[in-house]
Design a protein around this ligand. Sequence first.
Ligand code: HEC
Length: 299
Amino acid sequence: MANIKKYIKGLGVCLILLLTGPITFAQTESLGMMESLDPSKIMTILVLIVMLLVLLVAFYLLIILRFMVREDAIRRAKEKGVEYVEEPSAWSKFYAGLTDAVPIEHEATVELDHNYDGIRELDNHLPPWWKYMFYASIVFAVVYMFMYHINGSLPLQVQEYEIAMAEAQANKPNVEEGSSIDESNIVFSDDPVVLASGKTVYDRNCVACHKAAGEGGIGPNLTDDYWLHGGGIQDIYNTIKNGVPDKGMIAWGDVLSPSKMNDVSSYIHTLKGTNPDNAKAPQGDVYKEEVLAEEGASE
Ligand code: HEC
């Protein structure tokens, strides 16, 4: 019973730690060591420490309990007059299961009659941990082979690389292209190449709201003299680039390169006065190029 006293002493130490731990912790805080931590973090740390100590105590109780059970078993064995044999622990059972090795005492039973200059051979089983890993690797290889090389449902490294590059390319804001162009220096261009490119951009991105000929739909008519945000080439560029998010006009600056916005601005400029069918009623103010051109861009 001398042993159990040792355990109970240990338990006492644990309890003292449990009670004083948070207090010492709180004191270190007042020493200014924890100034950088906010109170919620300190709380979390305290709770964690308490949890740890509680776990420790629980573990200790378990050891004491096991000890007492063992002690009891020894006493009963003595009463019956038989020798006490200890049960193998769960761990040693598990370990034996993993290795499946014949204990050294019984090695003679698995000895083969080969003898090479005194080196003898044992006929142990393959260790199960190794065997099952081997089987698992075969299964893995089959699945891998199928997914990557036969079915092709998962990308190989090179494909992964290509996919990543394509994604990066697609997400890249096209700033390099004509990045020197902005609303302050854009000028109207009647270059057919520019206008053709502008029409392509328009047809791809703008038709849904402004309609094929710019007659207007969800978005305003772009062919009349009335403009909500100014009809000068710089105003148009500005509207396209920054959009009118509240009103449903997208900020194309995130999507189109400056040179594309340049082209589509010029293209829209050429639509002025084309009088398409089904034109939407005018919105905004009359924009007079001559007057405002002198004043510069205006809203
Ligand atoms: C999702 C619909 C939508 C798309 C797509 C769209 N717009 Fe617009 N656009 C609008 C709306 C709505 C307005 C009006 C904003 C307001 O009321 O202030 C507008 C306004 C404009 C104006 C200003 C008109 C004015 O009267 O001042 C221009 C220029 C313009 N859009 C160009 C474009 C271009 C170029 C594209 C394609 C790159 C485009 N829009 C794509 C909805 C759209």
